[in-house]
Design a protein. Sequence first.
Length: 232
Amino acid sequence: MSNFVFPPAEIPSAPVRGTEARYAVSRIFCVGRNYADHAREMGADPTREPPFYFTKPATALTPSGSTVPYPTETRNYHYEMELVLVIGAPVFKVTPEAAKAAIWGYAAGLDMTRRDLQAAAKAAGKPWDTAKGFDQSAILGEIVRASDVGPLARGAITLSVNGVEKQHGDLSDMIWNQAEIVSNLSHLYHLHPGDLIYTGTPAGVGAVVPGDVLTGRIEGLGEITLTVGEPE
């Protein structure tokens, strides 16, 4: 028995490599323009200003291998290949050194974006929610525990569309590293297990259309795939 008017929604979750257990996801944070080459291609100055963030709802979480419909209200649907940090301990206002211990795992992720809606929102000084936080916009591969792969301070991060490489960078190219991101974000939020942090994308973002197959790879984590379906 419960007092809910409607049955609660299923808890979004992701598989953990090497175990039958799943990681329950409560929040998804995303770091904007955290690779200098991507900042330049988006018309920004890649100086080491404090990082900035946007969020996606946990309901946007979609597993690797999915086929998702081309989203509504856009004609410029973009991919952004990213390393995702998986939080495994509560932290609040911690130093970068202390923040390292809160990174429980990693995953490969795709931050899918309605780029035309984002551009219009930027020009009008409005929020990015409809450009970033729409249904099935946070693609996630299996989670790999940090204890199994180490700190992942460097390593190739790539994305191909229909077998043609579009993005190629290295995790060491991040403007703000993993510990600095978690530390900075912990001064804005109480972070808890269940929080994911998409850490930004290298240059080479671009549009995809129905029928396209995206394949992303991060050294040490493996592969993530997505197929773009027809519009609903």
